[in-house]
Design a protein around this ligand. Structure first.
Ligand code: GLA
Length: 557
């Protein structure tokens, strides 16, 4: 047995030595597929070019984005690639190692953050969304099964964690754009900084739905119409939800005149907008200031004005503009001018379009977002449907409270309520916290098939009224004691919303004195989840709060 092993090792060594003398040509397109419980079949592609000196360049095309291969070399049957990855605005050079094994390549693709699989980095104030290994929903509230997400997502786990076997082949056709040669891109001049006139929209935080959290890039005209129908039939429209926002994955290519062409899943955007408008709702769309979106689709680089006109012509009412590949072209300090460019283009196009900035809270966006006519700006990396992700983001927003005002909102990302990986208690906390923060309430679940429990959370009108309060002041944390936190938000009419949050895993009793919140008098208290008036409370209020739960009250005179 031992002898056999030694013999085979010697043979292997000899084989390795032999191949070292002939530099293999691994130029070409290499494809690997793997099954993933959350994303279904996912495809990994390496497009490699080996030049006469043996240097490897090309591109890496993973489910969460395309990355140029800046350098690489072959040594015997081993090779190494330097891949420039982007992750929520951070660029990093990652070394990817592989081996040549017969007609195949064995490569371990890197995780989205450039680290190993499952070790993503967060952005923004204290938010660390991360990329944990995937798994089935732990019996959370409201979703019948795992979301039918497809490739193109970088906001979830679910990528290879070991070496994959790549074969020469043709990637599955998709509507994503071809890989970009960033060095050869024509330069786009950014405008001189100036204040873009306000569009006067979003006097209260936008409310609506977005396709990304649940559907990733698996979206179509049909789904969007059905969601619009459900928005009306479920009562969500009557509760205040208005925007139906198409996220990444609607794009295809540019025509001869450079106009953006939607992919065949969206045969007629104008007709879709007409349909959505006929329901009394509004339609939103998504693009990037860079040449590619985060999912690898055609972005608006060099086409801002043209795309803004197209959106206006289609009847689009909301644009989410996502930085992603722009970080391969510009620096963070160029962000204000890059977002101003589209802000001006939208204003010039003449249609009222809510402008949603998505650059993960980088470069103090809350300071210049309003100046570029932004109505809302993301403050963190992507949310996931998990308590830790939601809580890390939501409870880290206190310092930003002064930046919210009518027309200008901090956006801690879209709601995960009803996607199945949190409990109803946790989703109620999610909703309460977002309402306290005066955050946009953009549902991210399949509202065509909601359980009554999820419906009751998303349509709690008393909590929605807090979010939509016309004073437009966001909550701040007034105290933190171990796992419990008390937040207060001033409301119009000399009222206040007070949230008693329990972030821990054991029951908690939380008490608050009006003095500490600077709330005067002997106010009346109403519980916004039990929908009960609790009478006047002279000095303060206290309540038992469930693990991961909240007691949300309205305090008024
Ligand atoms: C980024 C954004 C997400 C989503 C995806 C689409 O990750 O932060 O909200 O729009 O891109 O690819």
């Amino acid at each position: 047995m031992l002898v056999a092993r030694i013999v085979s090792s010697v043979l292997a060594l000899a084989a390795a030595g032999l191949s070292a003398t002939y530099a293999a040509d691994i130029s070409g397109t290499w494809v690997a597929k793997t099954e993933n419980s959350m994303m279904g079949e996912v495809e990994y592609v390496y497009e490699l070019k080996v030049d006469a000196s043996g240097k490897i360049t090309g591109s890496q095309r993973l489910p969460f984005g395309d990355s140029p291969i800046l350098d690489g070399k072959i040594n015997g049957n081993e090779f190494e690639l330097t891949v420039q990855q982007e992750f929520f605005g951070n660029l990093s050079n990652v070394t990817v190692k592989g081996t040549i094994e017969g007609e195949t390549l064995k490569i371990t693709p890197p995780g989205p953050g450039g680290g190993g699989p499952g070790r993503g980095r967060g952005n923004g104030p204290g938010a660390g969304p991360g990329f944990p290994p995937d798994g089935p929903p732990p019996g959370g509230a409201g979703a019948p099964g795992p979301p039918p997400v497809g490739p193109g997502g970088r906001g979830r786990g679910g990528f290879a964690s070991g070496p994959l076997t790549f074969r020469r082949g043709t990637p599955t056709p998709s509507y994503r754009g071809p890989s970009v040669d960033y060095a050869a891109l024509p330069k786009v001049e950014l405008p001189l900084r100036r204040t873009v006139s306000s569009n006067g929209l979003a006097k209260t935080p936008p409310m609506g739905w977005n396709s990304w959290n649940r559907f990733r890039t698996q979206i179509s005209d049909k789904t969007v119409r059905e969601i619009a129908d459900a928005m009306v039939s479920s009562g969500m429209k009557a509760a205040g939800y208005e925007y139906i926002n198409i996220d990444d994955g609607w794009q295809w290519k540019r025509d001869g005149e450079g106009n953006i062409v939607p992919n065949p899943n969206f045969p007629d955007m104008k007709a879709l907008a007409y349909y959505v408008h006929s329901k009394g709702l509004k339609l939103g769309i998504y693009s990037s200031p860079g040449p590619r979106t985060c999912g690898g689709y055609e972005g608006s680089y060099g086409h801002d004005e043209q795309d803004a006109k197209t959106y206006a012509q289609w009847g689009i009412d909301y644009l989410k503009y996502d930085w992603c590949s722009a970080s391969r072209i510009w620096k963070d300090e160029d962000m204000p001018a890059a977002y101003q460019k589209m802000g001006e283009a939208i204003r010039a196009a003449g249609r009222p379009i809510v402008y949603s900035l998505c650059q993960y809270g980088r470069f103090k966006v809350q300071e210049w977002g309003p100046i570029v006519s932004g109505n809302l700006w993301r403050t963190t990396g992507d949310i996931r449907d998990a308590w830790e992700s939601m809580a890390n983001i939501g409870f880290s927003q206190s310092d930003l409270s002064a930046s919210a005002s009518p027309g200008h909102w901090n956006d801690p990302d879209m709601l995960e309520i009803g996607n199945g990986r949190m409990s109803a208690t946790e989703y109620s906390t999610h909703f309460s916290l977002w309402a306290m923060l005066s955050a946009p309430l953009i549902a991210g679940n399949d509202i065509r098939s909601m359980t009554p429990e999820i419906r009751d959370i998303l349509m709690n009108r008393e909590v929605i009224a807090i979010d939509q309060d016309k004073l437009g002041k966001a909550a701040r944390r007034v105290s933190k004691d171990g796992d419990t936190e008390i937040w207060v938000r001033p409301l119009s009419g000399d009222a206040y919303a007070v949230g008693l949050f329990n972030r821990g895993t054991a029951d908690a009793h939380i008490a608050v004195k009006w003095d500490a919140l600077e709330i005067p008098g002997n106010p009346r208290v109403r519980d916004l989840w039990s929908h009960k008036d609790l009478g006047r409370k002279p000095y303060g209020f206290d309540a038992a709060v469930a693990p991961h739960g909240v007691v949300l009250i309205r305090v008024s005179n």
